[in-house]
Ligand binder design. Structure first.
Ligand code: DGY
Length: 321
């Protein structure tokens, strides 16, 4: 019997073809509209495998409806959208797509850092709006990147890739992590510090930890208060790690110089969200891994993971513990 699979969004043809070779596939046909919850609830009842995105909440309620489900393949490295514990309890394998998006996400993180530090978006808008009258000494001046101190909160694969980029800009790089990474310290010249020291010494604080109940609001009012007035906060991990209300206050009061966010607590963020009204913030619609090649690689790795799980092989990228 061929396994039944539901795919929650239109995925690239190559990835789809490989699944269709071995499984009976149904796919939500839209590229830019997430599958409605009631559709997912109905589909999950009959399938052996689910191929989903970070936009789908795979919670206990949904899993209770899944009578035959054996595997969930998330097309993302982060899997906070899935209740892994509940899946494990039901014997459902959960996989993710680590590795293939590391460099692309580090590129975007550094690009966001540079855009925020040098006010690129604001300067471009200024020009397009016809406000540019003359070159002037302090017009649209930002912060230097070369030689500054970067603090990386969470030194996983992407954090390390970001550190490499920072070293190319002669930055001093501090990091805080659950455990020390002595090899990376030696290889990249990184310095381990506790979180308060990282926050108070860094010119750029880059949030790179996975989202979990432990990291929820990890950067809140007290943590922001430790940062330099001239510092910049960058978050390309997950929205809930930074307390958005506290960040708004810090940016508005000028106790923090600027922020660059690729992620939000609620996505898509509403256009009238208070953070979006501030001039000293650069905001992006969760595009960290959005290069053509990387998104194709992610779709193929998610396919590979799903097929491994459904054909009885031990999936390489299993996240159940
Ligand atoms: C992930 O993979 O977790 C990113 O947030 C999207 O690429």
């Amino acid at each position: 019997m061929r396994p039944k699979v539901y795919i929650t969004r239109r995925i690239p043809d190559n990835a789809l073809g490989k699944i269709a070779d071995l499984c009976d596939v149904e796919m939500w046909q839209h590229e830019d509209i997430p599958v409605p919850r009631h559709v997912l609830e109905e589909k999950i009842e009959h399938v052996d495998g689910l191929y989903c995105l970070l936009t789908e909440t795979i919670d206990e309620h949904l899993l209770n409806r899944a009578k035959n489900l054996k595997a969930i393949s998330n097309m993302a490295v982060g899997y906070n959208n899935i209740n892994v514990q509940a899946a494990t309890k039901r014997g459902v394998m959960v996989t993710n797509t680590p590795g293939v998006l590391t460099e692309t996400t580090a590129d975007l993180t550094f690009a966001l850092l540079m855009a925020t530090a040098r006010r690129i978006v604001e300067a471009s808008d200024f020009l397009r709006q016809g406000s540019w009258k003359t070159w002037s000494p302090m017009l649209l001046t930002g912060q230097d990147i070369f030689g500054a101190t970067m603090g990386i909160v969470g030194l996983g694969r992407i954090g390390e890739a970001l550190a490499k980029r920072a070293k190319g800009f002669d930055m001093r790089v501090l990091y805080y992590n659950r455990s020390r990474k002595e090899e990376a310290e030696k290889e990249l010249g990184l310095e381990y510090v506790e979180l308060p020291a990282l926050l108070s010494q860094s010119d750029y604080v880059c949030v790179m930890v996975p989202y979990s109940p432990e990291t929820r609001n990890l950067i809140g009012k007290d943590e922001l208060a430790l940062m330099k007035k001239s510092a910049i906060l960058i978050n390309t991990a997950r929205g809930g790690i930074v307390d958005e209300a506290a960040l708004y206050t810090a940016l508005k009061d000028g106790t923090l110089w600027a922020a660059g966010l690729d992620v939000f607590e609620e996505e898509p963020v509403k256009p009238d969200h208070p953070l979006l009204s501030l001039p000293n913030i650069v905001t992006l619609p969760h595009i960290g891994s959005a290069s053509i090649n990387t998104r194709i690689r992610m779709s193929e790795l998610a396919t590979f993971n799903l097929l491994q799980a459904l054909t009885g092989e031990a999936p390489e990228h299993l996240v159940n513990r």
